[in-house]
Design a binder for this molecule. Structure first.
Ligand SMILES: Cc1cc2nc3c(=O)[nH]c(=O)nc-3n(C[C@H](O)[C@H](O)[C@H](O)COP(=O)(O)OP(=O)(O)OC[C@H]3O[C@@H](n4cnc5c(N)ncnc54)[C@H](O)[C@@H]3O)c2cc1C
Length: 385
């Protein structure tokens, strides 16, 4: 089977699975601020969330190109892959930097769905994007780390068995480079919550299961540390290209969903005795949104090819994320305008997807930070921070 055939088959299969979870399913969850448990279980049982886990650990050992098709199709169907995308990219840190004992212990259970690794604890209220300034401290005491501090916007904690936590193990004042002294560790959530860890849901604009997390002398066994102490920031950076490409694919999925809805509505809706899509003021913005989504998709494909070939892809992965997030947001706005007043009615799902795709201007990395990466690392302009 050629790669193109494999991709078409994969796309068709994921699309069929997603068709079992129509708009009404996601709309109802959104109204109740509930987690798509049934959908995530189905996706896991079908093996899709284990796409990037090597076969020796029970996964399907596919590349980022295939993993990104899976997430794209979830969003293309009207759903939201944010409910489960994190496992795909968090798992990479365990795979690349965890010990063989950790891989053997966790990966097969993650692949089978027995364990969910969906939570990633990095952002803090006072430091935000400036990760190296994080205040959460993990102090080693014998065979444990004792963790104190606070995280914010940590998603899916209540729907996960494990959280990958990044905390400071050496105070900022004591490191030569500010990127040193951060350490990654796995937190066993059923054991931790109520025993040094408190989770408080955040009511938000989108149904994203995000929480604030407080640590008060939480004990984490040293054996849960991923890789070497103090190298957590480097491990974080290692995983960013995969994350950027996967998010770009979700945005492409969103963008295609919006363009599809807009063009259908513009063709069917008759006002002043003709379809609104006959007016170039409605037709051209939809056409332009389509062009931009498809252009962004090419960059996403390029980034995925480089990634899967083991070639450097930082520039392409970042450009793909920026272009795709902008294109999906443009498509969202165009669709809102095309639907007129009905865009605001929940039953059409436009306002829900509009809210959901807006996130990708800000998280997991904001547009400004990508532009800063391109300006500094790709174009060689002066460092701004
Ligand atoms: C729904 C949701 C889910 C999330 N899930 C998670 C999660 O699971 N785990 C996790 O760790 N985090 C998560 N986050 C956090 C997310 O990654 C951060 O919100 C994001 O990185 C921005 O950080 P901040 O909110 O502190 O913004 P800030 O860092 O305060 O930035 C605010 C604005 O200023 C801009 N800015 C800041 N510094 C500069 C600069 N030097 N130059 C130009 N512009 C600048 C930023 O681009 C941004 O637009 C989530 C956020 C949301 C909203």
């Amino acid at each position: 089977m050629t790669t193109a055939e494999l991709h078409t088959d994969l796309r068709t299969a994921v699309r069929a699975l997603c068709a079992r979870y129509p708009d009404a399913y996601w709309r109802d969850l959104d109204a109740r601020e509930a987690y798509p448990d049934a959908f995530v279980t189905t996706l896991t049982e079908a093996g899709y969330l284990a796409a990037l886990i090597p076969e020796q650990y029970g996964g399907s050992g596919l590349g980022i190109a295939e993993a990104s098709i899976i997430l794209e199709e979830v969003n293309r169907s009207g759903g939201n892959a944010a409910a489960c995308h994190a496992q795909m990219y968090i798992m990479g840190m365990l795979l690349r930097h965890g010990s063989e004992a950790q891989r053997a212990r966790y990966l097969p259970k993650i692949a089978s769905g027995e364990l969910r690794l969906q939570a990633f604890g990095v952002t803090e209220p006072t430091s935000g994007t400036d990760t190296t300034q994080m205040k959460t401290m993990a102090v080693r005491q014998g065979d444990r780390y004792v963790v104190n501090g606070q995280k914010v916007w940590i998603s899916r904690v209540q729907h996960s068995d494990l959280m990958l936590l990044v905390a400071r193990t050496t105070p900022l004042e004591e490191v030569t480079k500010k990127t040193d002294g951060l350490t990654a560790m796995l937190v066993d959530l059923p054991q931790a919550v109520g025993h040094g860890m408190t989770v408080v849901p955040i009511r938000a604009m989108i149904n994203h299961a995000s929480t604030e997390v407080f640590f008060d002398n939480l004990e984490v066994p040293v054996e849960n540390r991923i890789g070497e102490e103090g190298r957590g920031f480097r491990y974080l950076l290692d995983g960013l290209n995969a994350e950027r490409i996967l998010i770009a694919a979700e945005c492409v999925g969103d963008g295609r969903w919006f363009v599809d809805r807009a063009r259908t509505y513009a063709t069917d809706r008759v006002v002043f005795g003709r379809p609104i899509g006959q007016n170039q003021g409605i037709q051209f913005p939809i056409a332009r949104a389509h062009v931009n989504v498809e252009a962004a998709n090419l960059m996403r494909i390029r980034a995925a090819e480089l990634f899967d070939a083991g070639a450097p892809c930082g520039a392409e992965a970042n450009m793909a994320k920026l272009l795709a997030a902008d294109a999906s947001w443009e498509a969202a706005n165009v669709t809102m305008q095309t639907y007129g007043g009905f865009a605001f009615a929940k039953e059409y799902d436009i306002e829900r997807k509009f809210r959901e795709t807006r996130l990708y201007q800000t998280a997991p990395i904001s547009t400004n930070l990508i532009l800063s990466f391109i300006g500094q690392h790709v174009l060689g302009m002066p460092r701004s921070f």
